[in-house]
Design a protein around this ligand. Structure first.
Ligand code: FE
Length: 222
């Protein structure tokens, strides 16, 4: 396995897209207000949905799947053949995850995911997309200059020995990256392995570094 330098951190990436994050949040709040005013949705329904995606559904489910794929070659094979069906084995699935595809990182290939049109994302395994994922800058830059964008915006240096493939999610297909299993984790349990896996590594803007403690996913402020 080729060791890659990774200093990816969400703080850096968030700051690069901060202005647009604010715009997106303002637009979402405006849309929410209109929907409530027209009684097309109730505030209770919105709160329930947000709560479930903040507390019950999120990157911890994707991390569990990645750890299982690392520890269990048969499951890994099923993930690569049909990720939606493999996730269902663990009772993981549902809205925005009807057709999920797993992309395996290897010593010669690094996968990264974007939605160039909007913000399509595999909700059942990663929860709600981070604001930077929805920003027009990320959606264009990662396609045009993926290596440079990963380095400059996420602190992730992908060596020249690795091809970078950028996958465009859509309403039909949602991608999940299976990051490389780090060296020195052979004796870890699935739970220990899962604790290493970050949301960023499953989008492809980070890699799994066993020396780094997992950072908590920031919750939406209401
Ligand atoms: Fe989209």
């Amino acid at each position: 396995m080729i060791a890659m330098k990774t200093t990816a951190n969400r703080t850096q990436s968030s700051s690069n897209y901060a202005t647009k994050e604010f715009d997106l949040a303002a637009r979402a709040r405006a849309l929410e207000s209109i929907l409530l005013e027209k009684k097309l949705v109730s505030s209770d329904a919105i709160e329930r949905l947000i709560s479930s995606y903040e507390n019950d559904i999120g990157p911890m489910l994707g991390a569990k799947i990645v750890a299982k794929a690392w520890a269990n070659p048969a499951f890994r094979k099923r993930m690569l053949e049909n990720a939606t069906a493999a996730c269902r084995e663990l009772d993981i699935g549902g809205m925005e995850g009807e057709n999920m595809v797993a992309l395996e990182n290897t010593p010669t290939l690094h996968n990264v995911v974007v939605c160039t049109l909007c913000s399509c994302y595999p909700w059942p395994v990663l929860g709600l997309p981070p604001n930077w994922y929805k920003s027009p800058q990320y959606r264009s830059k990662i396609v045009i200059e993926p290596r440079k964008t990963l380095r400059e915006d996420f602190g992730l240096n992908i060596g020249p020995e690795k091809e970078i493939k950028v996958w465009d999610s859509s309403a039909e297909i949602r991608y999940l990256v299976l990051p490389e299993r780090p060296e020195g984790t052979e004796k870890m349990t699935e739970a220990q392995l899962a604790s290493l896996v970050t949301r960023e590594s499953m989008i492809g803007v980070g890699v799994v570094n066993p020396k780094k403690a997992k950072t908590k996913t920031r919750r939406r402020k209401r």
